[in-house]
Write a protein that binds this ligand. Structure first.
Ligand code: FAD
Ligand code: NAI
Length: 462
């Protein structure tokens, strides 16, 4: 008789959500976590702390740039960095304790320590071996650096170090214009740091709709971020207080250097599976070092499943959560399902950038006939009143059926606005369905409706 029906290794958004759903479905559940607090990368060193710093620094930006025009005069606030970090830590603490509370409420055992799987049906934590009919690997990911670059988390940092720098740097080089580079680059640019982003490709945020990429880069440049694109970083030479980044421009192979107090290496993340014993168990992996699973998150070893950043797909908290819920349902004999075609992606800069489904580029690649409905926030009254009129909503719909295929928003609250389109896509809606839905005035969401109208007879306010 097993001690547990399910043991989950890792308590990030994949693992903790899986544990709660398993418990709700009547399964005796434990979750192994080696970190001091629950919540994984997301709550401790990822989504939550980065959003706290983005929020605080955005407030400063508003005070410095928009308050006076609204008649709010006086000195702009000065930055107490220690207090800003304390606020961020407080937010982390509230969130991680929240998961501890949910575990207690759902009678989930937290097995404290680093777990390994000596054989199918067994999980070892410290000296204790626990038995479980089902084991879910939800061990997440870690930063992947570049060869030859040494991370000290003080001068040359990953996102983890960038969330707790001892002081605000005067000059920062960010390697990689992906999500982490632009979110954390924005934080420091708003706090007064001179930020230089060096990106290998010729555009920022690879994979995103090209029109959004261009607008996004323009807006970030206006906010003071500097970009060098098409540049392959060769090396980073660091002392205890400074670093020199050497890169080659791909177009002419010319070599350049740039000095900084801090270098943020934001060149992607890779699955974290150290110490689990997957090799000895014979668990199959993909070429990119992810745990290989089938459509129901089974690995090739019976009774062992994997979800979240440890497997294929976008490394996003909500993707991990959805897989956590779905695999719990599969384990309970139900029909867990994730629609990978409708996973939103949001960058929490200002303005926010949000995207779901196909881009114009992927539709062209597939040779599909589509139409574009676009509406600028300049035509949205609420956005103008709030100094938030930069950006647009773009809806892509099938040319003959009008079915929504994708949507891309750059603008105020883009991450929240996107979800009505996600719901519409889940229901197989046409752009006209959105266009015929009454939207409250004055809201930013009217811009979504106008973009949907633009897929048909045309928007009203442009
Ligand atoms: P993780 O959250 O990485 O959790 C895995 C957990 O497993 C860890 O706590 C680890 O300690 C534990 N673990 C690993 N191995 C073992 C073991 N052997 N024994 C015991 N415990 C183990 N995503 C978004 O969707 N939105 C965002 O805004 C966002 N912002 C981010 C900002 C930053 C700076 C970073 C770095 C990431 C961000 N992400 C964001 C990505 C998001 O954090 C991940 O996609 C998400 O955390 C993945 O969840 P997970 O459960 O798969 O793994
Ligand atoms: P990323 O994959 O988003 O971006 C990495 C960037 O680095 C790419 O643009 C790549 O071309 C560039 N790069 C790679 N090698 C380079 C080199 N040698 N020189 C210059 N540039 C180079 O990875 P990032 O930003 O590290 O984020 C990791 C993961 O975390 C992402 O998958 C993301 O989904 C997740 N995340 C999500 C957030 C969100 O949803 N808001 C926020 C932060 C992270």
């Amino acid at each position: 008789m097993a001690n547990y029906d399910v043991i989950i290794i890792g308590s990030g958004p994949g693992g903790y959500v899986c544990a709660i759903r398993c418990a709700q479905l009547g399964l005796k559940t434990a979750c192994v976590e080696g970190r001091e607090t629950l919540g994984g990368t997301c709550l401790n060193i990822g989504c939550i702390p980065s959003k706290a710093l983005l929020h605080a620094s955005h407030m400063l930006h508003e005070a410095e740039h928009n308050f006076a025009s609204m008649g709010l005069k006086g000195k702009s606030p000065s930055v107490d960095w220690k207090q800003m970090l304390a606020y961020k830590d407080e937010v982390i603490g509230q969130n991680t304790k929240g998961i501890e509370f949910l575990f207690k409420k759902n009678k989930i055992d937290w097995l404290k320590g680093w777990g390994s799987i000596p054989e199918a049906g067994k999980v070892k934590v410290g000296d204790e071996v626990h038995e479980a009919t089902h084991i879910v690997i939800a061990s997440g990911s870690e930063p992947s650096s570049l060869p030859g670059i040494e991370i000290d988390e003080k001068v040359v940092v990953t996102s983890t170090g960038a969330l707790e720098l001892s002081k605000i740097p005067k000059k920062m080089v960010v390697i990689g214009a992906g999500v982490i580079g632009l979110e954390l680059g924005s934080v420091y640019a708003r706090l007064g740091t001179e930020v230089h982003v060096v990106e290998f490709l010729d555009a920022i945020t690879p994979g995103m709709d090209a029109e959004v990429q261009r607008t996004f880069q323009k807006l970030l440049t206006k906010q003071g971020l500097n970009f060098t694109l098409g540049a392959a970083v060769q090396s980073v030479d660091a002392t205890k207080t400074k670093a020199k980044v050497t890169y080659k421009l791909r177009k002419d192979d010319s070599e350049h250097t740039i000095d900084a107090d801090t270098v943020l290496v934001a060149t992607g993340r890779k699955p974290y599976i150290d110490g689990l014993g997957l090799d000895a168990l014979g668990v199959a992996m993909t070429e990119r070092g992810q745990v290989k699973t089938d459509a129901q998150w089974n690995t090739n070893v019976k009774g062992i499943y994997a979800i979240g950043d440890a497997i294929e797909g976008p490394m996003l908290a909500h993707k991990a959560e959805d897989e956590g819920m779905a695999v719990a349902e599969v384990i309970a004999g139900q029909h867990g399902h994730v629609n990978y075609g409708v996973i939103p992606g949001v960058i929490y800069t200002h303005p926010e950038v949000a995207s779901v489904g196909e881009t114009e580029e992927t539709l062209k690649e597939q040779g599909r006939a589509y139409k574009v409905g676009k509406f600028s926030f300049m035509g949205n009254g609420r956005a103008k009143a709030n100094f938030a009129a930069d950006g647009f909503v773009k809806i892509l719909a099938d040319k003959s059926t009008d079915r929504i295929l994708g949507a891309h928003i750059i603008g105020p609250m883009a991450g929240d606005l996107l979800h009505e389109i996600c719901v519409a896509m889940e229901f197989g809606a046409a752009a006209e369905d959105l266009a015929r839905t009454c939207h409250a005035h004055p809201t930013y969401s009217e811009a979504v409706r106008e973009a949907a109208l633009a897929c048909g007879d045309g928007p009203i306010h442009s």
